[in-house]
Write a new protein. Structure first.
Length: 569
């Protein structure tokens, strides 16, 4: 047998031994082994599952014994939302809504700082359609300028301007302050609608350079029918337009629209202010006469007070410096040179210091200085002199006269007093004549309205003999009954009567407010929002529509331009 055959035989035997051939009965034994292995596996899984279940149960028992009790979740109320209402059929809309002038804002004056939500006031949408319906965070004038007492160290300032929706003298002009003042002080939906219409009119008639032109204003409006031309009243155009621009700006500022706070008239106001600054001379002069100059200076001072714009501080202060330099001084114990100490200051003439004290000019100078002080500008001791002028001129006017022999014996509740157009230190006055126990021409150079406002601005309050007797005269002889009337006097009388307050103010407001609302042009092209000037007497009759519209707008803004000195009286 070869070696290969031997190897093959050994391989076959090995295969046989390892499993190539089974012993008899082997299959039954193998089946029993498999069954035992299967049962052992099942028992192992059951024991493992029991151990794991016991562990989980023990852990859960420990958790529930130690964990804090679960908070009960409140039930959720499900509210069904009703379907939206069907849209109402819109009626054709006029150029602006005509509101019943007698519809007042019926709200109760708050007795504390907690006031009703502004949304409860039922005002038309265009009353204060500002980009921001909140009070500006910028302080509106110095707090000390509105204290209910004379200024410490300054002496002669009044308390006009206390309260309102923001800080300081001009706080009632914006947002909630304005709305509350309208409702509390006797305004109406119609009066506010008229103010906003007038401001739109001013916007449409502003010149491209930012000024308001007394004669050519109508050329700037694209609507028809056109307004009529105005007049420069025999004065240089640039002089008159300084005053017209100042008046228009005071209307915007009086309603809370300045050149920095986001609002719909921001650019209009900015252009007007920029124009005034551009025409101001290096020495601060805005107008050759103290009349035009004071109106423009007042506008700059108020704009600065309402915004604290650093770019305005210099121009505003320089304009006030001009008034300080031009103030008259007493010839008793001092010369006539402007700029002397307050111990001998008096009022103002039209241009340079003189012995003549003009009440109309002095009125605007005092108002400009008041706004300047509220803005934190330097006014020196000018107001002490103005107070001296007021008291001395009033006493001279009401001593040994047909209407009054002794001013000190006047009854503030029943008697009247008067105020002169001109006053000199030697006692000379200019005033309309008095015949048959009544003024022959109460509208001609009888300055009781301006004397009343001077008294308010210089510290006199309700109940004061001067203020009350001047107010008695105004109510008796100068209350308008129909439009047109003397718009110049109406501005002063409305401002003064508002400060007097009480029944006198209610009587005055009921007559003037609705009369002005009804007389305003409505929905008539270029004229819409303005007031006619023919027959308005005094300066308004000669200059034109810009001035008549400004005076009447300021009258309807009286509720919030300055808060009453004596609230609730």
């Amino acid at each position: 047998m070869s070696q290969d055959q031997q190897d093959e035989q050994q391989y076959d035997e090995q295969q046989y031994i390892e499993g190539g051939e089974q012993e008899e009965g082997a299959p039954a034994e193998q089946e029993d082994n498999e069954q035992r292995h299967k049962y052992a596996s099942i028992i192992s899984w059951v024991v493992s599952a029991a151990l794991h279940a016991t562990a989980i149960l023990l852990a859960g028992t420990i958790y529930f014994l130690t964990a804090a009790p679960e908070q009960e979740i409140p039930p959720v109320r499900v509210t069904s939302i009703p379907p939206p209402p069907k849209p109402k059929e819109e009626k054709p809309k006029m150029e602006r809504d005509i509101v019943d002038p007698k519809v007042t804002l019926d709200i109760e004056a708050p007795q504390s700082d907690t006031v009703a939500p502004i949304t409860q006031l039922d005002l038309p949408v265009d009353v204060s359609a500002r980009e921001e319906e909140v009070d500006s965070p910028v302080p509106k004038g110095r707090e000390e300028a509105v204290a209910d007492s004379e200024m410490g160290g300054q002496g002669a300032f009044m308390a006009i301007g206390a309260g309102g929706g923001g800080a300081g003298m001009f706080g009632s002009r914006t947002g909630g302050g304005r709305k509350r003042a309208v409702g509390r002080m006797g305004g109406s939906k119609a009066s506010e609608s008229a103010v906003e219409a007038a401001l739109r009119w001013f916007k449409k008639h502003q010149s491209p350079n930012g000024a308001w032109d007394a004669e050519k204003y109508f050329q700037n409006c694209t609507e028809d029918p056109k307004c009529e031309p105005g007049s420069y009243y025999n004065y240089p155009a640039e002089e008159v337009n300084v005053a017209m621009t100042g008046y228009a700006l005071l209307c915007f500022l009086g309603a809370g629209y300045d050149h920095q706070t986001p609002n719909k008239y921001k650019q209009v106001v900015k252009k007007g202010i920029d124009w005034l600054v551009s025409v101001q001379q290096k020495d601060g002069v805005l107008g050759r006469r103290n009349y035009e100059h004071a109106v423009a200076a007042m506008a700059l001072a108020e704009a600065y007070a309402m915004t604290n714009d650093p770019a305005l501080r210099g121009p505003a202060q320089r304009s006030i410096d001009v008034l300080l330099k031009r103030q008259n001084t007493s010839t008793v114990g001092g010369g006539r040179t402007g700029g002397s100490s307050g111990s001998n200051r008096l009022g103002w003439d039209y241009v340079e210091p003189s012995q003549r004290n003009d009440t109309s000019v002095s009125g605007w100078c005092v108002m400009a200085l008041k706004s300047a002080h509220a803005a934190g500008l330097n006014v020196g001791d000018s107001m002490e002199g103005a107070k001296r002028f007021l008291e001395r001129s009033w006493r001279d006017t009401n001593t040994k006269r047909e209407w009054c022999q002794d001013w000190s014996k006047l009854n503030p509740y029943t008697d009247i007093s008067r105020y002169p157009y001109e006053w000199y230190e030697d006692g000379r006055i200019t005033i309309s004549e008095w015949k048959n126990n009544a003024p022959e021409n109460a509208n001609h150079h009888d300055m009781a309205p301006i004397g009343m406002v001077l008294a308010v601005f210089l510290g006199h309050k309700a109940g004061d003999i001067m203020l009350e007797t001047l107010a008695n005269y105004v109510v008796k002889y100068q209350k308008p009954s129909s439009y047109p009337d003397n718009t110049y006097y109406m501005y002063y009388t409305t401002l003064g009567m508002f400060q007097v307050g009480g029944e006198k103010w209610k009587i005055w407001n009921s007559a003037v407010r609705d009369m002005l609302v009804q007389a305003q042009h409505k929905g008539n092209g270029c004229l819409d929002g303005s007031w006619d000037w023919s027959g308005t007497k005094f300066h308004g009759h000669e200059v034109g529509r810009v001035l008549s519209t400004a005076y009447n707008t300021l009258c309807l803004e009286v509720y919030y331009r300055y808060a009453q000195v004596n609230q609730g009286k």
